[in-house]
Write a protein of this length. Structure first.
Lengths: 268, 268
């Protein structure tokens, strides 16, 4: 099933749209199958919170209607699908400025069959991005459309022949991977970096922090990577992916990773 | 004259375009009149450098052809126009990743009559943005499409009833305004902040630094704003705009500002 809708109909984006000009919008990617979109409520809540922070026009009623539309899509799914939702700020004014009372929000909806990448089954070979993450506490945590840092980090992974690269703030603090959050096991404790200065507050990351209070939020620097005993990546599409090598060093897959995965799967 | 072209023809952007999804591209805004686009070579050079840094497919030949196209546009202009050029990375792959050898670059060209905002003639009332600038040394200086920080700062100016707001890094170092670079006069010296960690290396800023070696590049913190004796904004459309008030305090317009303006105008 392939679907591509702009405000409910097929179409294209006007050349003058400010979502294209400035990345002025938000998105979500959801895994979906005939049982429905996974973690739908969490995705809708993140979208709602992001819209509030960006002061976009997006009501609870619109959020609920979107949720029903996504659930209806899933009824006919015979294989897992990826659903992508984008909220785009629309305003006729030229330039960065816009009248907040005259804005509207366009909804872009895309859906296509999803296959987990091959490396996700084997575990990820992970290194360091040669490029930086964008640091901005006003924007941190949101899944907004300003994603050049992830795009460039992904190219860094490609150049290094790796599955994933860790993005750092100021060449030191690790924040996340180019397409996933990251969890580390060290000194008998699981932690994941804070995303209040940079990075995306992944829905899967939030699920993990909510359901497993033994996972802490703590900083980790590049210098401390050689102390990591086990690690995994998380995102909404791939779920949890063990890290099988970190900076060229083989890592064991801690038994907790399977436990986290199984218990989360029961929530859906 | 209103023009809106996508790869040379009228049209719209496919919903799946990665420039929309991630802000994966660059732009320039040029002031133009019947004498041609102002500072054309400098704009083309910045675009070229940005494309190189983002590893986009953009040859010198394409750059030259674009320049000729922009010059041809200007012949029929009876009033000043704004020309906006966007380079958009196009690649069929889904997700952040793309094969660099399979990418192409789409060119979006927009042109419309330009009127300087009224406040630019009177001088700008300038304060501080309540929102942060995005810090990323990999991206700093480029005029890329990830501009949510400027969009939010512009709203901060609107809420405060100001013409412009200064964006800071870590709530301390001033980098630029929401739509202009900024120059400060203090202790007998003109300076502008570096843009190697955040901000845009404006074409007008580069012209000023090139032609007036007495202007230095130096950091300025929010705490030091009360020492500023005079200041001005610069961007390609408005040219130089004196700051008539800074944080509510009236500023004198230093005689140098008119000198800079007149001498730069002679270069075009």
């Amino acid at each position: 099933m392939h679907i591509s809708l702009f405000n409910g109909v097929s179409g294209a984006i006007p050349l003058s749209h400010r979502a294209l000009a400035y990345g002025d919008g938000l998105f979500e990617t959801l895994l979906a199958d005939s049982s429905g979109p996974h973690c739908l409520a969490a995705h809708l809540e993140r979208l709602h919170n992001g819209a509030r922070r960006l002061r976009m026009a997006w009501s609870v009623a619109e959020s609920l209607a979107l949720g029903e539309q996504l659930e209806a899509l899933c009824a006919a799914m015979d294989v897992p699908h990826l659903i992508k939702v984008m909220l785009l700020r629309n305003n006729p004014a030229r330039g960065y400025d816009f009248d907040p009372l005259l804005q509207q929000t366009d909804v872009l909806l895309q859906c296509s069959p999803y296959q987990r990448p091959e490396w996700a089954a084997q575990g990820a070979r992970v290194g360091l991005a040669e490029t930086q993450i964008s640091v901005n506490s006003t924007l941190a945590g949101m899944k907004h459309l300003n994603r050049l840092d992830s795009v460039l980090a992904r190219q860094s992974a490609r150049r290094q022949g790796l599955d994933e690269v860790l993005m750092t703030m100021g060449n030191s603090s690790i924040i996340e991977g180019s397409l996933a959050n990251v969890f580390f096991y060290r000194h008998g404790q699981w932690t994941t970096p804070a995303v209040d200065q940079a990075g995306v507050a992944g829905v899967m990351r939030e699920q993990l922090l909510t359901h497993f209070p033994q996972i802490g939020v703590a900083a980790l620097t590049v210098d401390q990577l050689d102390q990591i005993e086990s690690a995994f990546l998380s995102n909404s599409l791939m779920g949890l992916v063990p890290v099988r090598s970190l900076m060229g060093r083989a890592l064991a897959t801690h038994v907790d990773i399977q436990t986290f995965h199984s218990e989360l799967a029961n929530q859906w």
